[in-house]
Ligand binder design. Sequence first.
Ligand SMILES: C[S@@+](CC[C@H](N)C(=O)[O-])C[C@H]1O[C@@H](n2cnc3c(N)ncnc32)[C@H](O)[C@@H]1O
Length: 513
Amino acid sequence: MLDRTDARRLADALRAAGYTYDEVAARLGTEALDGLARNATLPADRALAGADDPQALLIRCFALQQPVPTAGLRAAIGEIVDRPELVRPADTTRVDRPTLVRAADTTARTGPHGSSEAAIEIRPYAFDDADGEHAGWLASDLTPILDGRVARPRADFVLGLSPASVTLAQLTMRTPVARALDLGTGCGVQSVHLATHAAAVVATDLNPRACAMTRLTADLNAVDLDVRQGSLYEPVAEDTFDLIVTNPPYVMSPPQGERLVYREGTHTADGLMHAVVTGAPARLNPGGALQVLGNWAITADQPWQDRLAGWIEPTGCDALVLQRERLDHYEYIELWLADAGLVGTPDYARRYAEWAGYFDALGIIGVGLGWLALYRNERDQPHLTIQDWPHQVHQPVAGAFAEFTGAVTAARRSDAELLAGTLTTAPDLTQETLGRPGAADPEHIVLRRTAGFGRAVEVDAALAAVIGACDGDLPLGMLIEAVGGLLEVNAADLVAELLPRLRTLIADGYLRG
Ligand SMILES: C[S@@+](CC[C@H](N)C(=O)[O-])C[C@H]1O[C@@H](n2cnc3c(N)ncnc32)[C@H](O)[C@@H]1O
């Protein structure tokens, strides 16, 4: 068995052999790395050009899923190669034990010609934050999609780094906090990020195998995590947090047929997402936040915004929800049937019809994909922003989520306070004008933020003139009066017209008070 000391020894050996993100990237080059990101191993295999040094062997074994000589692997990472299991001795539950490497053929694995292959993925992983670069590894199951073949994953399959993991990491607010929760931790990637700015991190997962992988990830990265197995908030029923992050299973498939815990969970349709949202306030400290990357059902009987508001309003929290993409029910079903490797199989039509019938019975006509943040700000009148935002954003958008609470507070000042105070424009704000060549005035004026969500809004000449003068010098009331004078309109009327619009612009971060 591989205990914490063994895992750290393994990390040292991987580092010594050059199996780190930067060194592997340098060895393979951009094209081969891009190929691996598309699950194509041939470009990387060609880049290695038959080499069998320790770094090449580790890349072949753990990244390309190729058999490698056991003796070479042992020389690279030591006698850990000969140990069958990875679960630490302290684990008393009979979790399905992830094995590091296994025999690649029927011949003796440890003999002079024996070969081994990876049984799990050990993936070099690196990211930058305010403290500099962090480099380590993520432990997960081997990707089942490689070089065009789609293998059927085990029911308790543990997903490695996915595009959704990366997006959630990019939208997570990185403000230093005391306690953070990574709900549905999978391979532990969010926890590795959280550990850089949270004094204590709890990682939970329904899947015991995911808990074992996350422990291994934690040990490989020398990160302290409190890993607990269980559903939703059950393992943390006595705890509260300053930040909760999660990307719960996103596939709303019918109950018939095998369900994979990493993508389907155990709830009906988006029931898990609903439970994550409604259960959050009790687990959040005042001022704390929940951030979710998830899917929600779009039903025939109400606008999606109203359905989500129905979940959020009882929480008493402020909320910022951006729907990034909307798929109709058929597109959604086709997407996941393809992901399951069913295209071209005799099962396809039956599964399609079953799924469509399931959605019909639940009144689901589409699926929204997006980002949801709840803020336990304890306002008498919580502020909900729930909108479609399919436009290009500028990652990481963490800062845009972090500025939301302050922006809402600033937007809620009384009329008198707003008019007596000064405003400045967001540093990334630009103005675009559009019109006929030679025309005295533009036909359209658009204000666009070039960071964060990349918000844009069309404004009229009076509002543009006021905003253009917001440099933190003169009080807002004086600016509106001056613009009223220029445009020859009554100042009081202009105040009444512009203040509500200015409030919205402050809440959306175009202006700062
Ligand atoms: C899409 S994966 C996300 C993994 C990881 N957070 C990431 O960013 O890559 C969803 C995870 O939620 C777990 N899960 C499913 N149902 C759950 C539940 N009811 N409670 C807690 N975790 C659950 C799955 O086992 C899986 O690890």
